[in-house]
Design a protein around this ligand. Sequence first.
Ligand SMILES: N[C@@H](CCC[C@H](N)C(=O)O)C(=O)O
Length: 354
Amino acid sequence: MSPAATAAATSFAAAAAAAAPTAPSRGCVSLPFRGGSRAPRRAVASMAVSTPRSAAAASFLERRESERALHFVKYQGLGNDFIMVDNRDSSEPKVTPEEASKLCDRNFGIGADGVIFVMPGSNGADYTMRIFNSDGSEPEMCGNGVRCFARFIAELENLQGTHSFTIHTGAGLIIPEIQSDGQVKVDMGEPILSGPDIPTKLLATKNKAVVQAELEVEGLTWHVTCVSMGNPHCVTFGAKDLKALQVDDLKLSEIGPKFEHHEMFPARTNTEFVQVLSRSHLKMRVWERGAGATLACGTGACAVVVAAVLEGRAERKCVVDLPGGPLEIEWREDDNHVYMTGPAEAVFYGSVVH
Ligand SMILES: N[C@@H](CCC[C@H](N)C(=O)O)C(=O)O
């Protein structure tokens, strides 16, 4: 698939139309979208922007639009970015894992950490979410992605104000709620702490949970706590005999893959490296399974707060600083659910030709 992004317009209603299979062709201009707080970027491959378009440019764009095109909207949640596809007319993803991986390439594609499909509801939920990581693998869940999903749905369905949906995911039922300030609060469900269910081969250390277990990586003995938020996470606050982690000093691209592919994690793992700033303020960097270093990971931030509570390092309600910005996380005692609150916004939209 060679990306040749084209469409753009000045309102999201047009974006939603562009996302529909019968979208009209458009010239390529900058946005902005409703509700976006940052300056919008230009659509990818913004090649012809004169008005009126030259005959040559028009025929090129029309030729492109007449071929089979995939319409998308690019979203980001704290810099964790996704190609969102309106897949409401089918329960089969419109692109294959291989195509998704190419689309995510930041040099040869659109560029993203993953591709997310908005699908018809199943298991009694309003919608179904599926996602491919940038390496083409399919995770069970994505926290930042589900906030983007909620904002995308609101735009597609032209919903204003506060709204809540039920979304069936590989991690079960997830419930995002768009708040009056545009932030999205998500009921992320209960954390899974049993080693085999995460999955990890590390043995339980505390009430069937893997808490501060020892893991050998790169000649160091790391203390790790394992948590699944539907997808697997390995959380570490540091290694034995080393001073507390200064996460900015980590060589993430060297050490991250060693955790991801460690034999103790049969389904690979996401890994969070955490620094405690106070009992309600944590700072983390993440190496994601199937996507590498990303600017944020919602499920990861949830896992970090659960791990910090289990290790006695933090309160149940924390602000978690990620490279892309902060998330508010609460692991409630009364229902055992984790709640995540943060932003999500559209960046640009376009189409790629198959
Ligand atoms: N960035 C996401 C997590 C995406 C899935 C992850 N890479 C996995 O393979 O589990 C988030 O915000 O949670």
